[in-house]
Design a protein around this ligand. Sequence first.
Ligand code: UDP
Length: 327
Amino acid sequence: MKTILVTGGAGYIGSHACKALAAAGYRPVTYDNLVTGWRDAVKFGPFEQGDLLDRARLNEVFAQYRPAAVMHFAALSQVGEAMAEPGKYWRNNVSGSLCLIEAAVEAGCLDFVFSSTCATYGDHDNVVLDEDTPQAPLNSYGASKRAIEDILRDFEAAHGLRHVIFRYFNVAGADPEAEVGEFHRPETHLVPLMLDAIDGKRDALTVFGTDYDTPDGTCIRDYVHVCDLVDAHVLGLNWLERGKGSRVFNLGTGTGFSVREVIDHSRSVTNRDVPIVIGPRRGGDCTKLVSGSVRAERELGWSPTRSSLQTMIADAWRWHQAGHYDR
Ligand code: UDP
Protein backbone atom coordinates (compact mmCIF):
# COMPACT_ATOMS: atom_id res chain seq x y z
CA MET A 1 0.00 0.00 0.00
CA LYS A 2 1.46 3.36 -1.03
CA THR A 3 1.66 6.13 1.54
CA ILE A 4 0.70 9.68 0.58
CA LEU A 5 1.66 12.60 2.81
CA VAL A 6 -1.38 14.88 3.01
CA THR A 7 -0.60 18.32 4.38
CA GLY A 8 -3.72 20.00 5.68
CA GLY A 9 -5.43 16.61 6.06
CA ALA A 10 -7.31 18.00 9.09
CA GLY A 11 -8.91 20.72 6.97
CA TYR A 12 -11.99 20.81 4.78
CA ILE A 13 -10.58 19.61 1.47
CA GLY A 14 -7.68 17.60 2.93
CA SER A 15 -10.00 15.51 5.12
CA HIS A 16 -12.12 14.61 2.09
CA ALA A 17 -8.93 13.80 0.17
CA CYS A 18 -7.85 11.38 2.91
CA LYS A 19 -11.18 9.58 2.63
CA ALA A 20 -10.86 9.37 -1.17
CA LEU A 21 -7.25 8.15 -0.95
CA ALA A 22 -8.17 5.46 1.59
CA ALA A 23 -11.05 4.34 -0.67
CA ALA A 24 -8.61 4.13 -3.60
CA GLY A 25 -6.23 1.85 -1.64
CA TYR A 26 -3.64 4.38 -0.45
CA ARG A 27 -2.54 5.13 3.10
CA PRO A 28 -2.96 8.87 3.73
CA VAL A 29 -0.78 10.38 6.47
CA THR A 30 -2.06 13.75 7.65
CA TYR A 31 0.49 16.46 8.46
CA ASP A 32 -1.28 19.46 9.98
CA ASN A 33 -0.52 22.12 12.59
CA LEU A 34 -4.21 22.32 13.65
CA VAL A 35 -4.18 26.13 13.42
CA THR A 36 -7.20 26.02 11.12
CA GLY A 37 -7.70 22.23 10.97
CA TRP A 38 -9.37 19.83 13.40
CA ARG A 39 -7.99 16.68 15.03
CA ASP A 40 -11.49 15.15 14.82
CA ALA A 41 -11.42 15.54 11.04
CA VAL A 42 -8.55 13.03 10.72
CA LYS A 43 -10.51 9.81 10.31
CA PHE A 44 -8.51 8.07 7.60
CA GLY A 45 -4.86 7.18 8.26
CA PRO A 46 -2.32 8.36 10.84
CA PHE A 47 -2.02 11.91 12.11
CA GLU A 48 1.25 13.79 12.59
CA GLN A 49 1.02 17.25 14.07
CA GLY A 50 3.52 19.70 12.65
CA ASP A 51 4.06 23.01 10.96
CA LEU A 52 5.13 23.52 7.35
CA LEU A 53 7.90 25.79 8.56
CA ASP A 54 9.30 23.13 10.93
CA ARG A 55 11.90 21.48 8.71
CA ALA A 56 13.17 19.09 11.41
CA ARG A 57 9.64 17.78 12.01
CA LEU A 58 9.05 17.41 8.27
CA ASN A 59 12.32 15.46 7.88
CA GLU A 60 11.24 13.17 10.72
CA VAL A 61 7.85 12.48 9.09
CA PHE A 62 9.36 11.87 5.63
CA ALA A 63 11.89 9.46 7.21
CA GLN A 64 9.23 7.62 9.21
CA TYR A 65 6.64 7.12 6.45
CA ARG A 66 8.69 7.31 3.23
CA PRO A 67 5.67 8.63 1.28
CA ALA A 68 5.43 7.96 -2.45
CA ALA A 69 3.93 11.40 -3.04
CA VAL A 70 2.78 14.58 -1.34
CA MET A 71 -0.66 16.16 -1.60
CA HIS A 72 -0.23 19.69 -0.35
CA PHE A 73 -3.45 21.30 0.90
CA ALA A 74 -2.19 23.12 4.00
CA ALA A 75 -2.55 26.88 3.57
CA LEU A 76 -4.16 29.98 4.94
CA SER A 77 -6.99 30.77 2.55
CA GLN A 78 -9.03 33.79 3.60
CA VAL A 79 -8.92 36.60 1.08
CA GLY A 80 -9.93 39.29 3.62
CA GLU A 81 -7.26 38.23 6.10
CA ALA A 82 -4.71 38.06 3.28
CA MET A 83 -5.47 41.67 2.32
CA ALA A 84 -5.03 42.81 5.94
CA GLU A 85 -2.03 40.65 6.85
CA PRO A 86 -0.07 39.81 3.69
CA GLY A 87 3.05 38.87 5.68
CA LYS A 88 1.19 36.00 7.28
CA TYR A 89 0.27 34.64 3.84
CA TRP A 90 3.73 34.99 2.33
CA ARG A 91 5.34 33.39 5.40
CA ASN A 92 2.93 30.53 5.94
CA ASN A 93 1.93 29.72 2.38
CA VAL A 94 5.08 30.56 0.43
CA SER A 95 7.91 30.01 2.94
CA GLY A 96 6.02 27.04 4.41
CA SER A 97 5.55 25.42 1.01
CA LEU A 98 9.19 26.04 0.11
CA CYS A 99 10.23 24.27 3.30
CA LEU A 100 7.93 21.32 2.47
CA ILE A 101 9.12 21.13 -1.14
CA GLU A 102 12.77 21.13 -0.05
CA ALA A 103 12.08 18.40 2.50
CA ALA A 104 10.28 16.31 -0.15
CA VAL A 105 13.10 16.68 -2.67
CA GLU A 106 15.73 15.82 -0.06
CA ALA A 107 13.73 12.72 0.92
CA GLY A 108 13.55 11.68 -2.76
CA CYS A 109 9.76 12.09 -2.82
CA LEU A 110 9.36 13.63 -6.28
CA ASP A 111 5.63 13.35 -7.02
CA PHE A 112 3.72 16.39 -5.77
CA VAL A 113 0.06 17.38 -6.06
CA PHE A 114 -0.64 21.00 -5.21
CA SER A 115 -3.82 22.92 -4.30
CA SER A 116 -3.77 26.18 -6.16
CA THR A 117 -6.62 28.50 -6.89
CA CYS A 118 -8.49 30.42 -9.55
CA ALA A 119 -7.65 33.48 -7.41
CA THR A 120 -4.26 33.35 -9.20
CA TYR A 121 -6.04 34.59 -12.36
CA GLY A 122 -7.52 37.79 -10.97
CA ASP A 123 -10.35 39.64 -12.71
CA HIS A 124 -10.68 39.13 -16.46
CA ASP A 125 -13.82 41.05 -17.36
CA ASN A 126 -16.27 38.18 -17.49
CA VAL A 127 -14.02 35.95 -19.59
CA VAL A 128 -14.15 32.22 -18.85
CA LEU A 129 -10.78 31.13 -17.61
CA ASP A 130 -8.67 28.32 -18.96
CA GLU A 131 -5.24 27.19 -17.81
CA ASP A 132 -3.50 29.54 -20.26
CA THR A 133 -5.30 32.67 -19.05
CA PRO A 134 -2.63 35.09 -17.73
CA GLN A 135 -2.33 35.06 -13.95
CA ALA A 136 -2.79 38.46 -12.31
CA PRO A 137 -3.93 37.84 -8.73
CA LEU A 138 -5.88 40.63 -6.99
CA ASN A 139 -4.94 39.65 -3.45
CA SER A 140 -2.08 38.23 -1.38
CA TYR A 141 -3.78 34.86 -1.11
CA GLY A 142 -3.80 34.41 -4.90
CA ALA A 143 -0.32 35.88 -5.16
CA SER A 144 1.02 33.44 -2.56
CA LYS A 145 -0.42 30.48 -4.47
CA ARG A 146 1.00 31.72 -7.76
CA ALA A 147 4.43 32.05 -6.14
CA ILE A 148 4.26 28.41 -5.02
CA GLU A 149 3.42 27.38 -8.59
CA ASP A 150 6.62 29.17 -9.67
CA ILE A 151 8.63 27.38 -6.99
CA LEU A 152 7.33 24.02 -8.22
CA ARG A 153 8.42 24.83 -11.79
CA ASP A 154 11.90 25.80 -10.65
CA PHE A 155 12.22 22.66 -8.56
CA GLU A 156 11.17 20.55 -11.49
CA ALA A 157 13.87 22.13 -13.66
CA ALA A 158 16.56 21.76 -11.00
CA HIS A 159 15.55 18.62 -9.09
CA GLY A 160 13.04 16.71 -11.23
CA LEU A 161 10.06 17.41 -8.96
CA ARG A 162 7.01 16.22 -10.94
CA HIS A 163 3.88 18.11 -10.04
CA VAL A 164 0.21 18.41 -10.78
CA ILE A 165 -1.23 21.83 -9.97
CA PHE A 166 -4.98 22.06 -9.44
CA ARG A 167 -6.48 25.53 -9.61
CA TYR A 168 -9.71 25.27 -7.66
CA PHE A 169 -12.78 27.26 -8.33
CA ASN A 170 -15.35 27.44 -5.47
CA VAL A 171 -15.41 24.28 -3.44
CA ALA A 172 -18.68 23.42 -1.68
CA GLY A 173 -20.66 20.46 -0.34
CA ALA A 174 -19.58 17.69 2.00
CA ASP A 175 -19.07 13.96 2.19
CA PRO A 176 -22.55 12.49 1.51
CA GLU A 177 -22.00 10.12 4.46
CA ALA A 178 -21.28 13.19 6.64
CA GLU A 179 -18.13 11.62 8.13
CA VAL A 180 -16.23 14.79 7.23
CA GLY A 181 -17.41 18.19 6.11
CA GLU A 182 -16.76 21.92 5.95
CA PHE A 183 -16.01 23.51 9.31
CA HIS A 184 -14.03 26.75 9.37
CA ARG A 185 -13.70 28.98 12.42
CA PRO A 186 -14.16 31.76 11.59
CA GLU A 187 -16.33 30.82 8.64
CA THR A 188 -16.14 33.09 5.59
CA HIS A 189 -17.61 30.96 2.80
CA LEU A 190 -20.96 31.53 1.20
CA VAL A 191 -22.64 28.12 1.55
CA PRO A 192 -21.92 27.39 5.24
CA LEU A 193 -22.72 31.00 6.23
CA MET A 194 -25.99 30.74 4.35
CA LEU A 195 -26.86 27.47 6.11
CA ASP A 196 -26.08 29.15 9.45
CA ALA A 197 -28.52 31.92 8.55
CA ILE A 198 -31.15 29.39 7.47
CA ASP A 199 -31.13 27.56 10.81
CA GLY A 200 -30.82 30.66 12.95
CA LYS A 201 -27.16 30.29 13.98
CA ARG A 202 -26.68 33.79 12.59
CA ASP A 203 -29.19 36.56 12.05
CA ALA A 204 -28.74 36.89 8.31
CA LEU A 205 -26.43 36.30 5.39
CA THR A 206 -24.81 39.49 4.14
CA VAL A 207 -24.71 39.63 0.34
CA PHE A 208 -21.44 41.33 -0.52
CA GLY A 209 -22.42 43.72 -3.28
CA THR A 210 -25.33 43.86 -5.72
CA ASP A 211 -23.74 46.36 -8.12
CA TYR A 212 -21.44 44.03 -10.06
CA ASP A 213 -21.63 43.86 -13.82
CA THR A 214 -23.58 40.59 -13.85
CA PRO A 215 -27.24 39.88 -14.74
CA ASP A 216 -28.46 40.15 -11.12
CA GLY A 217 -25.64 42.34 -9.80
CA THR A 218 -24.07 39.70 -7.54
CA CYS A 219 -20.76 37.90 -8.11
CA ILE A 220 -20.65 34.74 -10.18
CA ARG A 221 -18.65 31.70 -9.13
CA ASP A 222 -18.10 28.18 -10.45
CA TYR A 223 -18.98 25.79 -7.61
CA VAL A 224 -17.53 22.29 -7.50
CA HIS A 225 -18.41 19.55 -5.02
CA VAL A 226 -15.56 18.72 -2.65
CA CYS A 227 -15.92 14.98 -3.41
CA ASP A 228 -15.57 15.62 -7.15
CA LEU A 229 -12.61 17.86 -6.42
CA VAL A 230 -10.74 15.26 -4.37
CA ASP A 231 -11.53 12.56 -6.94
CA ALA A 232 -9.56 14.71 -9.40
CA HIS A 233 -6.63 14.63 -6.96
CA VAL A 234 -6.56 10.84 -6.97
CA LEU A 235 -6.60 10.97 -10.79
CA GLY A 236 -3.79 13.55 -10.65
CA LEU A 237 -1.77 11.21 -8.47
CA ASN A 238 -2.39 8.38 -10.95
CA TRP A 239 -1.28 10.73 -13.74
CA LEU A 240 2.06 11.28 -12.00
CA GLU A 241 2.40 7.55 -11.26
CA ARG A 242 1.99 6.85 -14.96
CA GLY A 243 4.91 9.21 -15.68
CA LYS A 244 2.77 11.74 -17.55
CA GLY A 245 4.76 14.71 -16.21
CA SER A 246 3.87 18.05 -14.71
CA ARG A 247 0.55 19.64 -15.65
CA VAL A 248 -1.86 22.37 -14.54
CA PHE A 249 -5.60 21.65 -14.35
CA ASN A 250 -8.49 23.94 -13.53
CA LEU A 251 -11.11 22.28 -11.36
CA GLY A 252 -14.49 23.82 -12.04
CA THR A 253 -17.51 22.68 -13.96
CA GLY A 254 -17.75 25.58 -16.40
CA THR A 255 -21.10 26.67 -14.96
CA GLY A 256 -21.35 29.90 -13.04
CA PHE A 257 -23.91 30.75 -10.39
CA SER A 258 -24.51 34.14 -8.85
CA VAL A 259 -24.81 34.65 -5.09
CA ARG A 260 -28.53 35.22 -5.56
CA GLU A 261 -28.91 31.96 -7.51
CA VAL A 262 -27.15 30.03 -4.72
CA ILE A 263 -29.52 31.58 -2.19
CA ASP A 264 -32.58 30.72 -4.31
CA HIS A 265 -31.48 27.09 -4.65
CA SER A 266 -30.96 26.83 -0.91
CA ARG A 267 -34.52 27.86 -0.30
CA SER A 268 -35.75 24.99 -2.45
CA VAL A 269 -33.32 22.40 -1.00
CA THR A 270 -33.98 23.22 2.66
CA ASN A 271 -37.57 24.43 2.34
CA ARG A 272 -36.61 27.30 4.58
CA ASP A 273 -36.24 31.00 4.11
CA VAL A 274 -32.78 32.56 3.87
CA PRO A 275 -32.63 35.83 5.82
CA ILE A 276 -30.34 38.21 3.91
CA VAL A 277 -29.09 41.75 4.20
CA ILE A 278 -27.42 43.59 1.36
CA GLY A 279 -23.95 44.84 2.19
CA PRO A 280 -21.12 46.58 0.34
CA ARG A 281 -18.62 44.77 -1.85
CA ARG A 282 -15.97 42.72 -0.06
CA GLY A 283 -12.43 43.85 -0.87
CA GLY A 284 -10.51 41.51 -3.19
CA ASP A 285 -13.57 39.87 -4.78
CA CYS A 286 -13.59 39.32 -8.55
CA THR A 287 -16.83 39.82 -10.53
CA LYS A 288 -16.85 36.42 -12.15
CA LEU A 289 -14.68 33.32 -11.85
CA VAL A 290 -15.76 30.49 -14.12
CA SER A 291 -13.57 27.71 -15.42
CA GLY A 292 -13.70 27.46 -19.21
CA SER A 293 -11.47 24.45 -19.40
CA VAL A 294 -12.30 20.85 -20.07
CA ARG A 295 -8.67 19.79 -19.68
CA ALA A 296 -9.23 17.79 -16.48
CA GLU A 297 -12.11 15.90 -18.08
CA ARG A 298 -10.29 15.24 -21.33
CA GLU A 299 -6.84 14.38 -20.00
CA LEU A 300 -7.48 12.98 -16.52
CA GLY A 301 -10.83 11.39 -17.30
CA TRP A 302 -12.39 13.44 -14.50
CA SER A 303 -16.18 13.41 -14.48
CA PRO A 304 -17.81 15.42 -11.72
CA THR A 305 -21.01 13.70 -10.59
CA ARG A 306 -22.10 15.67 -7.50
CA SER A 307 -21.49 19.28 -8.59
CA SER A 308 -25.06 20.37 -9.26
CA LEU A 309 -26.09 23.18 -6.89
CA GLN A 310 -28.89 20.93 -5.67
CA THR A 311 -26.54 18.10 -4.60
CA MET A 312 -23.85 20.39 -3.18
CA ILE A 313 -26.33 22.25 -1.00
CA ALA A 314 -28.16 19.05 0.03
CA ASP A 315 -24.85 17.41 1.09
CA ALA A 316 -23.68 20.56 2.87
CA TRP A 317 -27.05 20.80 4.66
CA ARG A 318 -26.86 17.16 5.81
CA TRP A 319 -23.38 17.74 7.22
CA HIS A 320 -24.41 21.09 8.70
CA GLN A 321 -27.16 19.38 10.69
CA ALA A 322 -25.06 16.36 11.73
CA GLY A 323 -21.46 17.36 12.07
CA HIS A 324 -18.96 19.50 13.85
CA TYR A 325 -15.41 19.05 15.11
CA ASP A 326 -13.37 19.79 18.20
CA ARG A 327 -9.62 20.16 18.27
N1 UDP B 1 -20.35 36.01 -0.29
C1 UDP B 1 -21.37 36.79 0.20
N2 UDP B 1 -21.60 36.77 1.55
C2 UDP B 1 -20.86 36.03 2.42
C3 UDP B 1 -19.82 35.23 1.90
C4 UDP B 1 -19.58 35.25 0.53
O1 UDP B 1 -22.06 37.48 -0.54
O2 UDP B 1 -21.10 36.09 3.64
C5 UDP B 1 -20.08 36.02 -1.75
C6 UDP B 1 -18.69 36.51 -2.10
O3 UDP B 1 -18.66 37.89 -2.27
C7 UDP B 1 -18.43 35.75 -3.40
C8 UDP B 1 -19.20 34.44 -3.23
O4 UDP B 1 -20.16 34.70 -2.20
O5 UDP B 1 -18.99 36.44 -4.49
C9 UDP B 1 -18.32 33.28 -2.82
O6 UDP B 1 -17.53 33.69 -1.72
P1 UDP B 1 -16.69 32.66 -0.86
O7 UDP B 1 -16.08 33.43 0.28
O8 UDP B 1 -17.54 31.48 -0.51
O9 UDP B 1 -15.59 32.14 -1.86
P2 UDP B 1 -14.50 32.94 -2.75
O10 UDP B 1 -15.16 33.20 -4.07
O11 UDP B 1 -14.10 34.19 -2.03
O12 UDP B 1 -13.39 31.96 -2.88
